[in-house]
Structure formats: structure tokens, C-alpha cells
Design a protein around this ligand. Sequence first.
Ligand SMILES: Nc1ncnc2c1ncn2[C@@H]1O[C@H](COP(=O)(O)OP(=O)(O)OP(=O)(O)O)[C@@H](O)[C@H]1O
Ligand SMILES: Nc1ncnc2c1ncn2[C@@H]1O[C@H](COP(=O)(O)OP(=O)(O)OP(=O)(O)O)[C@@H](O)[C@H]1O
Ligand SMILES: [Mg+2]
Ligand SMILES: [Mg+2]
Lengths: 227, 227
Amino acid sequence: MIRLEGISKIYRLGSIAVPALVDVSLEVQPGEFVAIMGPSGSGKSTLMHILGCLDRPSSGRYFLDGQPVEGLAEGALARVRNRKIGFVFQTFNLLPRQTALRNVELPLIYAGVPAAERRQRARAALARVGLAERYRHRPNELSGGQRQRVAIARALVNQPPVILADEPTGNLDSRSGEEIMAIFQELHDAGVTIVLVTHERDIASHAGRILHFRDGHLLKEEKVPRP
Amino acid sequence: MIRLEGISKIYRLGSIAVPALVDVSLEVQPGEFVAIMGPSGSGKSTLMHILGCLDRPSSGRYFLDGQPVEGLAEGALARVRNRKIGFVFQTFNLLPRQTALRNVELPLIYAGVPAAERRQRARAALARVGLAERYRHRPNELSGGQRQRVAIARALVNQPPVILADEPTGNLDSRSGEEIMAIFQELHDAGVTIVLVTHERDIASHAGRILHFRDGHLLKEEKVPRP
Ligand SMILES: Nc1ncnc2c1ncn2[C@@H]1O[C@H](COP(=O)(O)OP(=O)(O)OP(=O)(O)O)[C@@H](O)[C@H]1O
Ligand SMILES: Nc1ncnc2c1ncn2[C@@H]1O[C@H](COP(=O)(O)OP(=O)(O)OP(=O)(O)O)[C@@H](O)[C@H]1O
Ligand SMILES: [Mg+2]
Ligand SMILES: [Mg+2]
């Protein structure tokens, strides 16, 4: 499903080079639930942006469903992203002047879904994350955790086969966090491939495997024992 | 130090009224370390904005150092804010086109500190949160946890007597989170008053007292047993 071979990402700031990812190779099988952990600044979000086709590596190869991603032009890349990947960003990335409803409808607008169906599916996704009554609020009229849940609803609404979630519970109280993890668990049981970045060990333990990063390197893999 | 009497905040969206805080009364003594917990949407950030003089309540009274805050005009309010309160926002609120250094210098610029001293103090604050080598990066060239640490450094740099921190460790791995809590502990030992919102029980346990919120109400107070 997902295969990275020797992926590196170097950011250049003037004369300084910041090696955000160094020679990362990994595979995620269809239907797998993988967690990614590591210290602040270790390259996790950089990795997620490359996996989500939102950024290109400096070197190395990325295969999605067996197809090399670097060969794709911008338009084809955008289509792959819209159809295959649901992305929950660490900083939400919501449109600030649009309602929660419109933000969640966005992937369906790109996919060409008719307005009535699109609205009904977006409202269902918001209800699923406990925000049925907030659909007309804009992001600055929502709490931090509510914005995070809008971002999650948006990632789910197009029912993509791959979900990339970058710290989806960082702004949530433990009960809201558990409700979100229950949604990811249901999706996993239904065959969705999930890659989830988290700082919290008990969130990571919902996955089958944990990849540990440090200073841009994939340090080690850890199997999570099944209860 | 801080006293709220019957504080309410109602947001109006068209014909809808959202009661974000309902009749909240509380006191924080000078030098106290208080934690605030509660579900997503329970009013914590709304409370913090009122405490930080960034928003006015719909009703009720707020006394800071015995002085009623609602009597103050905008200019006086801004001066109080700059001199007395260091604020760590839940969503960082950094200037996106300025460097980490300039973002941390901002409170010192408002306070009229000369450029050389200001630069040196800002660099020291960044070093304290482990970001000495990132001072020239802009927010979008920083990881989520690094942005959060810039926001923390900015709150500390003017050495205010009160620190309001809204989820300061939400984007941090446990080790960076502990380093930040060690900084708050040092400040507390030096007599700084700290009000800290968190979802995590072990972060809240650094405080002497935990205030639990639900649906805009202060539900109960809990003393944290000293070890
Ligand atoms: N500007 C606004 N207009 C309308 N409603 C608002 C506005 N800001 C916040 N709210 C609502 O007020 C309630 C309290 O929000 P607040 O941000 O204080 O919650 P919180 O406890 O900080 O939540 P979280 O833990 O998710 O950060 C929420 O239900 C939110 O939707
Ligand atoms: N656009 C950029 N330009 C320069 N350096 C960058 C850029 N984006 C990220 N970096 C640097 O690359 C490194 C990795 O960043 P990344 O956002 O992937 O970390 P992370 O593991 O997600 O951290 P966190 O847990 O704090 O979110 C960091 O040291 C960061 O400063
Ligand atoms: Mg990150
Ligand atoms: Mg909040």
C-alpha cells in the first residue's frame, strides 16, 4: 500500500541545511494500523506531508499502491490525494472564514459530489465526532478540541482507503480522545489503512506496530502485543 | 491576585446564544499554581482569555491585584496585560512572517526594552526551551512542538508575575513536556502565579489545586495532595 525507499528531506534556510528526514525506508500494508512516535522535531510531520503527497522528498522513492508518486504531475497528484488519502493536520488547517460544515464538505466538493448528498454526508461526519450542533460555527467560534474534531471529520467524509492523522487527539480531553480512537478503530476494522502520529503511548497502543523516530531517522520498529 | 465574581460569557451567533461560561467565581492567591481541567468545549480557553484581559465577560466582575479590570480603558488594559501577564495560547498565535527570535522579542518591544538587551533576553528564553538553534526559523519552518515552545518562551521573556498557559504541552512529546513543566515549577518556586489548562492528569498534578469545568460551569475544586 505504502512503501518508502531511502527517503530524505533537507530543508534549506539560506546557507543552513536542516536534515528533517534521513534515509527512511518503511512499508505499510493495506489495512494496517501503524503509529509513529518520536521527540519534538524528529521529522514526524515532515514524513506525514510526504506520505500525504503534500510535499516531495529531496531524495528516495515513494510508492503508493505500487505506483511511484514522484512520476506524477501536480494534477494527478491532487487527484490521488483527494481520492485515496484523508489527512488530519497537526494544526488543523481549516479555512478560517468558512463554517465547520463547509470545511468538512471540501473533499466532497473536489470529488464532484452533488450538493444535497454532500451536505448530508458532511453533517453525518460532524455528528460522528460530536459536533452536530456546531456545524454553522466558524473555526474562531470553536474551541481548540472542536476545531481538531472538524479536521478529523473532514478527513473521514470522503471515506478514503488511507487516513494520515498527525496528533489527532493532542487538543482533546481523554474522553473525546477515546471517542476519536474508537472511530479510528472502527475504520481499521473496516479495512482502512491508518498511519497516526502521537506523543501518547496509550494512543499509540491502539496500533499494531509503532515506528520510533529520532533526529530524522527511523530508529526502530515495535510490535504492539495484542491483548 | 486574581478574583472572579459571577463571571458569565455568552457568545451570540445570529439568533443563537452559546453560554461559554456560566456564573464562575474563583480566586487565585499570589504565587499559587492552579490547574484547570474539563471536557472539550467546557469554557477553559474562554476563561483564560478573560483572565488574560483579551476578552471581556458578558457579566460579573474581575479583580486583578485588587483592581477591577472592567473599569480600564483599552490602553490601560494593554499595559496591564504586557506587564503582568504572560500568555501561552492553545493555538500559539505566533506572527507567521517573523522569526522565532522576533516573536519572542515582542513583549520586550512593547515594554520599551533597548534592542541589544531585548535580543539577548529573547535568545536566552529560546535557549531555555531548547530552541537556541532555531531562533532564525519562521513558524512554518518549525515543527508543531517547536512552535509551542516559541509561544512558551514569549510568555516567559518579560518575567511577568502571572503566567496563563492554555495547553502548553499538548503538542510535546513526554520528555519535552517534562522539561517545560520543570520550567513552570522553577517559576512557581520563584513566586510566579501560574494558571494552566491541561487535559492531562499528570500535568495537572504539578499544581496545588485543580479546578474542574463542565459546560461553562466551575464544577468542583480539588486539592492536589503534596508528596
Ligand atoms: N467566538 C465564539 N463564538 C461562538 N461560540 C464560541 C466562540 N468561542 C468559543 N465558542 C464556544 O464556546 C464554548 C467554549 O469554548 P472554549 O474554547 O472555551 O472551550 P475549551 O474548554 O477551551 O475547549 P477545548 O478543550 O476544546 O480547547 C464552545 O462550545 C465553543 O463552541
Ligand atoms: N519549512 C521548513 N524549513 C526549515 N526547517 C523545517 C521546516 N519544516 C520543518 N523544519 C525542521 O525540520 C525538523 C522536523 O520537523 P517536523 O515538523 O517534521 O517535526 P515533528 O517530529 O513533527 O515535531 P513535533 O512533534 O514538534 O510536531 C524540525 O527540526 C524543524 O525545525
Ligand atoms: Mg509535528
Ligand atoms: Mg481550549
